[in-house]
Design a protein. Structure first.
Length: 123
């Protein structure tokens, strides 16, 4: 079975490491890169060409939504899954219009996250 390649973009170092740790326990996933800001996140997505970008659109540099837009426009074959603390209706609509596969809250459990990422790859 081919591994699902993931680029993880989150400016919260603790959250990013916890998510990477949880996903690394699953043999189906391969975290190919972790990024803490929008520019590094976009470059990782462009250079690594993962199956999934798992991103918090509210990065501390304020440009997370721009990365989601850039990936949607310039790298449309990459599936995007958003992992967010809270979401408002306008942001959710924009993310859906950009083709984001799943919008998940950071309170999601590990098993539910694994299931959502598998489903995102399957369509």
């Amino acid at each position: 079975m081919e591994k699902i390649r993931i680029v993880l973009i989150d400016s919260n170092n603790f959250a990013r490491k916890q998510i990477a740790k949880a996903l690394s326990r699953e043999p189906v996933f391969n975290i190919v890169c972790e990024a803490e800001n929008s520019e590094n996140g976009y470059l990782a997505a462009r250079d690594k060409r993962p199956d999934i970008v798992l991103i918090d659109p509210f990065l501390s540099d304020g440009l997370g939504l721009n990365v989601v837009r850039r990936i949607a426009k310039q790298l449309p074959s990459i599936r995007q899954v958003v992992l967010i603390a809270v979401i408002d209706v306008a942001t959710e609509l924009e993310l859906r219009n950009l083709g984001v596969r799943r919008i998940l809250t950071k309170s999601i459990g590990s098993k539910a996250l694994v299931k959502a990422l598998r489903e995102a790859v399957q369509g």
